[in-house]
Each structure stands twice: as C-alpha cells, then as structure tokens.
Design a protein around this ligand. Structure first.
Ligand code: SF4
Ligand code: SF4
Length: 250
C-alpha cells in the first residue's frame, strides 16, 4: 500500500513547509512514491489518517494547539518535527523570558481577542517525536534524507557536528580567528552549509545546538571580541533561544 504523508502547521511562518515545496524536481518523484494525504500549504484536499509519516512545523503556543498535537500524534505512525519553531519553540519563544501579558497589551489593539499560552514550546514537550530536523528554515537536502529514510525504514543520516566542521569542509577562512568576528558556529548544528561565514559574517545559530556543545568555552571568545553579558544573551536568544538557554543552564 502507498504510504501516507501528512504535513501539519502550528505557530510558524510556513518557511519550513515552503522548503518541501522548494524541492521541485524531487517532489514529483516523491509524489509518485507517497500519498500526500494532508498538506494544506499545497492542496485543500484533505485525506483522513492514520498517516505513515507526519511532518509538523511550528511550536505550541495555544491550549488548542496543545490538544491538536496530541490528536496528530495519535494518528501518526512516525512524527518528525521540522524547523526551529517545532524543535525549540522558535523566535516566538522569546516570550518565555518575558511577560506575555505585557507583550499582548503593547502589541495588539484588542489584547482581549488574543488567546495564547505564556510560553512557546517545542512539539517534543507535548508528545513523543521520532526525529527532530533543525534549522530556520530547514535544509531541503536534509529534509529529503529524512523523508527517504523513514519511507525506507532506516535511521536518517543527519550529522550532528558543528558549523565549524562545514566551514572547514568548504575552505572558508574563520571569521573569528581572522577578523575577531563573534560567531556561534562552534556550538551550532550543521545543516546550512556554513553560509554566513562564507560571506564574512558570524554564524547566528539558526540550526540550534550541535550534538556536542561546549558553550562555556565559547563565552570568553565572545568577550574577547567585544560582547558583554547583554550582547551575549541577545546573540543566543534568536531562533533557538530555549535550546541554547538549556545548554547554558539558564
Ligand atoms: S523554523 Fe523558521 S522558517 Fe521554519 S517555520 Fe519557524 S520561523 Fe519559519
Ligand atoms: S567562522 Fe565560525 S563556524 Fe567557521 S570555523 Fe570560525 S568559528 Fe567556526
């Protein structure tokens, strides 16, 4: 029987779902191998579960989504979360370090219309997840590997080394060593191809923490390159704020 693929969205910008649509040539091949039963970004046709492989984009920010992800899990044989929102809470998790009621009152003309939890949390905080694919947005090659692996019944081959590794592979001069530019590459999960250092910028940590992270060893380098406590905190609090906070023990 043709395996059923479903794609669901929680709180997110849709960028990771667009990565799937961006697969273009491979998508046609994929469409011939699976029944894309639920993917509202691509089609309004909705097929019922159970699904063999479900991809989930976005974080849990409402009580309704906390309930919805439990229903999605119940009808999914394998559930894979895609992107920084789904794997770490996303940039919307900045509320976790602040007062969400204050944000609501200053951002919205009618705060009473806004129904939100005080935190933005990854899907894994609510249900079991079979694999987490990192990135903001995810990398199309890694996405195809994950889908192919689950359809073939094997473990996805996604290396969890740091961006430094990728930087060396492409022969980029280290921006920290050569120019004293702050860079999160030593603690960030590879997947982007080290694109920022290749253009002379430090890594911003879009893919979240690498498999083995030594954040305390990086802090003195950031200090040396001119970052104070506040700068460092802001540097680490972007797309994967909660994941880096966990590594920092804060
Ligand atoms: S991880 Fe980034 S690209 Fe993906 S949905 Fe969230 S904000 Fe958008
Ligand atoms: S530029 Fe950044 S990612 Fe590249 S080797 Fe230097 S510290 Fe690592």
């Amino acid at each position: 029987m043709t395996p059923k693929l479903a794609v669901f969205k929680l709180a997110s910008c849709d960028g990771c779902q667009l990565t799937l649509l961006d697969c273009e040539d491979e998508l046609l091949t994929l469409a011939g191998k699976v029944d894309i039963a639920h993917f509202l970004e691509a089609s309004s046709a909705v097929g019922p579960g159970p699904y063999d492989l479900t991809l989930v984009e976005g974080s849990v920010t409402t009580a309704a989504d906390a309930e919805r992800i439990r229903r999605i899990r119940a009808e999914s044989k394998h559930l894979v979360t895609i992107g920084a929102c789904a794997t770490a809470g996303g940039i919307q998790a900045l509320r976790n370090f602040a007062d969400v009621a204050e944000f609501r009152s200053v951002v919205y003309a009618r705060p009473d219309y806004i129904d939100t939890l005080a935190t933005s949390t990854p899907v894994s905080a609510h249900v079991d997840v079979d694999f987490e694919l990192r990135g903001c947005p995810i990398d199309r090659g890694q996405l195809l590997e994950v889908i192919t692996a689950f359809l073939a019944g094997r473990k996805p081959q996604i290396p969890d080394h740091s961006v430094c590794f990728a930087c060396k592979q492409r022969g980029t001069v280290c921006v920290t060593v050569a120019h004293g530019t702050p860079c999160l590459g030593p603690v960030t999960h590879a997947g982007c191809g080290a694109i920022c250092p290749a253009y002379g910028r430090g890594c911003y940590g879009c893919f979240g923490p690498a498999g083995t992270v030594n954040l305390p060893a990086l802090i003195p380098l950031l200090r040396r390159d001119g970052m104070d406590d506040r700068d460092t905190e802001r540097f680490l609090r972007t797309f994967n704020a909660t994941a880096f906070a966990k590594e920092a023990g804060s």
